[in-house]
Design a protein around this ligand. Structure first.
Ligand code: SAH
Ligand code: SF4
Ligand code: F3S
Length: 464
């Protein structure tokens, strides 16, 4: 029988409820991690999780604005809640995250039903801000601020795999990207604070951690400390060595990597350190050097290929995933084809693709050579077809292999199957043998023989 361990019940008493809450999270892993911390704060305050969004006393949208469609989605969700507020004036409506930061106070004018608009840097202050709302104010908290060490106990969705933020913000200036303006300047957390959080996760029986940052290789640039040789001491590589001995944690991952800073020393560390998994998410964005220059990415395709070669020379089975943008302003058919060619040449395990979307306060948004919507759609469709074929081909290399799967739960679509991941981050389903004496728990690692490969997942059978 698969037993689920429910955690933290005593830390989040349910008898003193002051209402129910609902959080919807849009966007990236960073937002998911932030939502878990905000849920922790709300539960500490005495809120309980609502069963349904439309019944909650407090609704919080943790928003994303990376592309226009992400932004529009938030507005449509907000419209529904704004209507509900007219019938139920006690409903508290909160918008947090990147769209909140982008729009600031103007969001209160656009959606006057809102009680609180708060940027990602104000997360630790949620309780205080809600106090002001309770006192009858409509509040906007979006000024740039120093993020103090996290004091909230996150209410984590998984009881096995934990997100750990190690660096906030981004100092890059990619010409298409809204993140630096909504997430602010890079701020690294101190290594000892990160290690204590991981230690706490290990004490709570978590088995896997994913270190998070928008540009994770920039970790430590803003921290003091250099070695005798004059090298910076607190890099991501140093951090991996430093946290590796936390007992109980079996897998360590990190994302997102920037090709400009991805060092040989980091690759060597990933190779040497047993717990660091062989999966690298390194967005390339375009397969053409001229477009990369216009994007202000700061590397060439040759440099990108060398990184992948270096990884594969030490870890031939590593999985490599990436992000790519098609139809960047001025991208010619030939330049777009270079991106397709790079995908075929490298043989990515997965590529997250998007058509370029102009964002407020970014240089590329006002260039005159924008690509038409029709061409965007065509390119996106074609690249997605290629990615699907490439991923399926890559996944076929697992067939007949025995892979170690960390059990994360049951397949939500088929409860006779366990769901977990390979070290390379491939989602894998395994039929639970019905006549067996098996007794395993979430967080166990099991050996599985892979017998089916699809573009996005694998299926296998338990090795008895
Ligand atoms: N920090 C990461 C990714 C951040 S945003 C990096 O540097 O790679 C996640 C992805 O969204 C990006 O990798 C990019 O592919 C995509 N993206 C960002 N801005 C975009 C825009 N304006 N239009 C379309 N896609 C965009
Ligand atoms: Fe955006 Fe570039 Fe920063 Fe990534 S590195 S978050 S794409 S500005
Ligand atoms: Fe979106 Fe903000 Fe993440 S814009 S992708 S939620 S950093």
């Amino acid at each position: 029988m698969l037993t689920k361990t429910i955690k933290d019940e005593k830390e989040f008493p349910k008898d003193s409820t002051i209402g129910s809450y609902w959080i919807t999270t849009f966007g990236c892993q960073m937002n998911k991690a932030d939502s878990e911390r905000m849920a922790g704060t709300l539960e500490k305050m005495g809120y309980t999780k609502a069963d349904e969004e439309l019944q909650a006393d407090l609704v919080l949208y943790n928003t994303c604005t990376i592309r226009d469609n992400a932004e529009q989605k938030v507005y449509s969700f907000l419209g529904r809640q704004a209507k509900r507020k007219h019938k139920t004036p006690s409903l508290k409506l909160v918008v947090a995250g990147c769209l909140a930061q982008q729009e600031g106070e103007s969001l209160l004018r656009r959606v006057p039903e809102l009680d609180l608009v708060m940027g990602p840097q104000h997360l630790n202050n949620l309780e205080n801000l809600l106090g002001k709302v309770d006192a009858g104010n409509q509040v906007a908290a979006t000024e740039e601020t120093f993020i103090s060490e996290d004091i909230t106990n996150a209410r984590r969705e998984s009881s096995i795999c934990g997100w750990v933020n190690i660096i906030y913000g981004c100092n890059e200036r990619c010409s298409y990207c809204v993140v630096p303006s909504v997430r602010g300047k890079e701020q690294s957390r101190y290594p000892n604070a990160i290690k204590s959080e991981i230690q706490k996760l290990a004490n709570d029986n978590f088995k896997e951690v994913t270190l998070l940052g928008q540009n994770i290789d920039a970790y430590g640039r803003d921290l003091p400390g250099t070695t005798k040789e004059g090298r910076k001491e607190n890099t991501l590589t140093d951090l991996l060595y430093y946290i590796h001995d936390v007992e109980g944690i079996r897998r360590i991952r990190f994302a997102t990597s920037h090709p400009r800073y991805f060092s040989k020393r980091l690759i060597q560390a990933c190779y040497e350190l047993d717990k660091v998994c062989e999966h690298f998410h390194i967005p390339f964005q375009s397969g053409n050097n001229e477009i990369l220059k216009l994007m202000a990415r700061g590397y060439t395709i040759d440099k990108y290929k060398r990184i992948i070669e270096n990884i594969r020379s030490l870890m031939p089975n590593a999985s490599i995933t990436a992000d790519a943008i098609v139809a960047f302003p001025g991208e010619s058919e030939g330049q777009y084809r270079d991106t397709l060619k790079l995908i075929s040449d490298i043989g990515f395990d997965q590529v997250m693709t998007a058509a370029y979307s102009p964002r407020p306060n970014t240089p590329a948004a006002i260039w005159h050579n924008q690509i038409s919507e029709d061409v965007k759609k065509e390119r996106l469709k074609e690249i997605n077809e290629l990615v699907e074929i490439t991923s399926k081909k890559r996944n076929e290399r697992y067939l007949d292999n025995i892979e170690s799967i960390l059990i994360e739960g049951l397949n939500p679509k088929k409860s006779s199957q366990i769901m977990g991941r390979t070290r390379t981050n491939r989602l894998t389903f395994v039929e639970i043998p019905n006549n067996s004496e098996f007794n395993f728990s979430l967080g166990d690692e099991i050996d599985v023989r892979i017998n089916e490969a699809r573009p996005f997942s694998l299926t296998g059978e338990l090795c008895l």
